[in-house]
Write a protein that binds this ligand. Structure first.
Ligand SMILES: [Zn+2]
Ligand SMILES: [Zn+2]
Ligand SMILES: [Zn+2]
Length: 368
């Protein structure tokens, strides 16, 4: 059959071309408590929580902390830690570590303060799915709960998590906004004509004076995307013509952590403390915690006061504070001064793991 160079007859002006990516304004019904949500997929932050979910800090309240003993590291422990450290460094010899003479082992009192604020925030957005006859939880089943009243299952405290839930009674079924309920849309490659210029001959019908085999000389051939029909299945409703719209609530739990170690200029890089454990001797957990008071290290008291205030301003404005916890750990730090071959050196043993840090280690003379 000879194909003619004309548009395919399937062009149907009543079937729309692919529509906008989101339903147009006014397409969806307004739901009380979610008025700010428009049709697009972006989430709207819901803030702040209502007053009854809002903890109120009491003024002039403080937390007191017990006194602690500073742990002491013995020469044996200090040497063992250094040997372990040296074995991991291929350029270091264990000979100096075995033969050095200790001159001084000085323990430092290092406290690490930590404040955790466990927050919950909520946002909502309109979502949709293909409607194929599933149950529709619409407004006839009752009033939709307000964002902060939607019930969700809580994760364990201080655990980060994101949960998405469908807000009850917000569902409705509408004609698909993309295809206007037709199930199909006009192909945007060929604009619904079903045929396109032949790529082999660039529409000439021939090349090198020979009839083009790709289009049998017609210069046009069936559109590859819609296979000549001019129409493609609507990818919003998958051809089902209807969409189920609903409001999705996103609940985000986040543990906000602040850590502080005072820098006492001991020659030890303070960042090293981040990767070791300490001895936990003070833990204070409550809906809200209060500044540490009467603790011998004034810098820790100040850090506690500032961090609590900062977390309160930062997180109570946009989220709900569910719980707070403050801890103080004693992180062991000992400076070991020793002599080796009539020269003085030093290194640090730190953390309950007895890790070692040294800026300088004696060169071994065993290598010839
Ligand atoms: Zn051709
Ligand atoms: Zn097409
Ligand atoms: Zn559709």
């Amino acid at each position: 059959m000879e194909e003619k160079d004309e548009d395919n007859g399937s062009f149907d002006p009543s079937i729309p071309e692919e529509g906008p990516s989101a339903p147009p304004p006014g397409w969806l019904d307004s739901v009380s408590g979610y008025e700010d949500d428009n049709g697009d997929d972006s989430s709207d932050q819901i803030c702040p929580p209502p007053p009854d979910l809002f903890p109120h800090p009491e003024n002039d309240r403080n937390a007191s902390v017990p006194n602690v003993m500073v742990p002491q590291v013995s020469e044996d422990v200090a040497r063992e830690a250094l040997l372990k450290f040296v074995k991991k460094k291929w350029t270091y010899s264990s000979k100096p570590a075995l033969n050095l003479v200790y001159k001084d082992l000085k323990p430092f009192t290092v406290y690490r303060y930590c404040l955790e604020t466990y927050t919950e925030s909520r946002s909502s957005a309109w979502k949709h799915e293909t409607y194929t006859g599933q149950f529709v939880d619409g407004p006839q089943y009752g009033l939709s709960p307000k964002p902060w009243n939607v019930e969700v299952q809580y994760p364990p405290k201080f655990t980060d998590m994101v949960k998405k839930v469908r807000v009850p009674h917000t569902s409705s079924v509408k004609n698909c906004y993309w295809c206007h309920g037709k199930g199909r849309v006009r192909c945007s490659f060929c604009h619904g004509r079903g045929r396109m210029q032949c790529m082999s001959c660039h529409g000439m019908g021939h090349s090198s004076n020979r009839r083009c085999a790709g289009c049998h000389g017609g210069g046009r051939r069936a559109c590859m995307r819609c296979h000549g029909t001019g129409l493609i299945m609507c990818r919003k409703c998958n051809g089902n013509k209807k969409l189920l719209h609903f409001i999705q609530l996103t609940v985000t739990w986040k543990n906000q952590v602040y850590r502080f170690v005072p820098d006492r200029q001991t020659g030890f890089p303070i960042k090293k403390f981040e990767k070791v454990s300490g001895e936990l001797f003070f833990i204070d957990e409550n809906l809200l915690v209060y500044p540490v008071e009467g603790f011998p290290d004034q810098e820790i008291c100040c850090a506690s006061k500032d961090a609590i205030r900062e977390h309160w301003y930062k997180y109570s404005a946009s989220s709900r504070i569910l719980q707070q916890r403050q801890t103080i750990e004693l992180v062991p730090l000992t400076r070991a001064v020793y002599s080796y071959k009539e020269k003085d050196y030093e290194y640090f043993v730190y953390g309950t793991e007895n890790k070692v840090y040294t800026a300088k280690y004696p060169k071994s003379c065993t290598l010839l």
